[in-house]
Write a protein that binds this ligand. Sequence first.
Ligand code: G3P
Length: 220
Amino acid sequence: MRIFLDTANIDQIKQAAKLGIISGVTTNPTLLSKENTADYESVVKTICSIVSGSVSAEVLAEDAEGMIKEGRIKASWAPNVAVKIPATAAGIEATSTLSKENIKVNMTLCFSLNQALLGALAGATYVSAFVGRLDDAGHDGMQLIKDIVEVFAHYQLPTQVIAASIRHPLHCVAAAKAGAHIATVPYSVLMQMINHPLTDVGISRFLADWRRVSSPEKGK
Ligand code: G3P
């Protein structure tokens, strides 16, 4: 499973990129608003200068014609931009048109297997299933990931499944076990994936033991 970063925060993206394990970035209007900017183009172009993998930028239009127009513009910002389009009838129509023009689409706000299947049939490169928001609504978000992965594999559909709306490290573990191609994670969750108290304790003990033999005075 590959990891995308789910943020529009440039400092976080720079920090995460240094780790060498980030394959892409996903953004949405809420994430842009958290950075207090409406200059989507400038933010996406900056992200694309840091990350060579896929960078998702979401359309704001709600009708197919508007989504197609906006999708073409956003896709022109950088070669690695994927256009994020919501799983509505207008979104499916826009995805069909844009994917025929070889524009990569990330079908977002998928909350059902049917939405994901239709997104794949429309030619989406990715479908983003919102695990956390389904959990919030009392459903089993990860079961949706399992179902989509199983059906796409059964029909050999090339669309990649993104586990989105990831809230904690256990979501990442479950997404990997469910066969998600990608998990898009907030920076805080990425750090939680790395950190383990026993690793910290282990390092302290190793260093304390080493100090005892290498410089006995300091070890006292
Ligand atoms: O990738 C989608 C993500 O940004 C939504 O997350 O936490 O707002 O449900 P959340």
